[in-house]
Design a protein around this ligand. Structure first.
Ligand SMILES: [Zn+2]
Length: 344
């Protein structure tokens, strides 16, 4: 009996030493110390022993049980410590590592460009004026010398809410509204930035929604040379001191005379290249002297007051300035595109 207990003890301690994880250790515990284990069996069989041997074997069996139990507890403690140590090592934080950069947003390229143009004109004494994007036919067309049935309306087909209300096709109605507010008296000197809408099929150079910036100056004795001076200052500040401007005759219903303004091509210096289509010049904006009918409808006496107006597309200016080849890049919100201009 004693030999059997010594044997069991050696066997069990060996298995404890060999156990590699908590599960193996638990198995050893159940196998040797469980209710159906060999030591319990020994204790159960005590009745068959001679009386004088019983205390000796009992004591021994308890000692063996105690020893195995202690060995299991110690092993378990070691395993837990090792696991903790391993975890600590794996989760070490290296405080000297550089942090992950936080993703920050920034103004959209068009927003930045419009603000740049605004600043430029504010520097020349203009104020910012804004108006509704859902506009009355009267302000969008009629007050700008485009009566119903006028053929020039065809170029500005839009999205109509009703017969008389539409998404504005240009920022020019803000000019009509601003002049009207002045009730025919005193100077007006504003630029009007904002979104406009046309019923266009989207492609590389067309979009059904885009932005415009218009300028209007009305006062006594305003001349065409004043317009040229303002546009020249704008072109040089926007595109570079070395740029020249050129005014070509054009037609707009709300100005008379009307002009298109070109700037000299930066790529070829006027020699002619693919960017300027061989002409040496790049078209930037439309302008002209405010039509007497427009002044009169807004309440100004065209015999006393004159004025000039101009309008440009920030998308077109951004495309020229930064070499962007597709207008759709502005609206598809691809961060790879947008990120390039955060510090532009
Ligand atoms: Zn060129």
């Amino acid at each position: 009996m004693q030999e059997r207990l010594v044997e069991l003890k050696t066997e069990a301690l060996e298995k404890v030493a060999q156990a590699e994880d908590a599960k193996a250790l638990q198995d050893v515990k159940v196998q040797y110390l469980g209710k159906k284990g060999p030591i319990t069996e020994v204790l159960r069989g005590m009745g068959k022993l001679p009386k004088e041997e019983r205390p000796v074997i009992g004591q021994m069996a308890n000692d063996v049980r105690e020893e195995i139990s202690t060995a299991i507890d110690e092993k378990q403690k070691k395993m837990e410590e090792a696991a903790l140590e391993k975890q600590l090592q794996e989760e070490t934080i290296d405080v000297t590592l550089p942090g992950r950069p936080a993703q920050t947003g920034g103004p959209h390229l068009l927003t930045s460009l419009i603000e740049e143009i605004e600043d430029l004109f504010i520097g020349m004494g203009f104020e910012i004026a804004e108006g509704p994007e859902v506009e009355a036919d009267y302000y969008n067309f009629e007050a700008l010398n485009l009566p119903k049935g006028h053929p020039a309306r065809d170029m500005q087909d839009s999205f109509y809410i009703t017969e008389e209300i539409l998404m504005r096709t240009h920022t020019s109605p803000v000019q009509a509204r601003t002049m009207e507010q002045h009730k025919g008296k005193g100077p007006v000197k504003v630029i009007c930035p904002g979104k406009v809408y046309r019923r266009d099929t989207d492609d590389a150079t067309h979009s059904h929604q885009f932005t415009q910036i218009e300028g209007l100056l009305v006062d006594k004795h305003v001349r065409m040379s004043d317009l040229k001076g303002v546009l020249n200052a704008f072109a040089k500040q926007m595109f570079g001191e070395e740029r020249e401007i050129r005014l070509r005759p054009s037609f707009f219903p709300f100005t008379e005379p009307s002009v298109e303004m070109d700037i000299s091509c930066k790529m070829c210096g006027g020699e002619g290249c693919s960017v300027c289509k061989g002409t040496g010049w790049i078209e930037i904006l439309g302008a002209g002297m405010v039509h007497p009918n427009v002044l009169e409808m807004a309440g100004y006496d065209p015999n006393e007051y004159t004025g000039f107006a101009f309008g440009m597309g920030p998308e077109r200016i951004a495309m020229l300035k930064y070499g962007i080849d597709d207008i759709r890049h502005f609206y598809t919100n691809d961060v790879r595109f947008l990120n390039q201009f955060h510090k532009a």
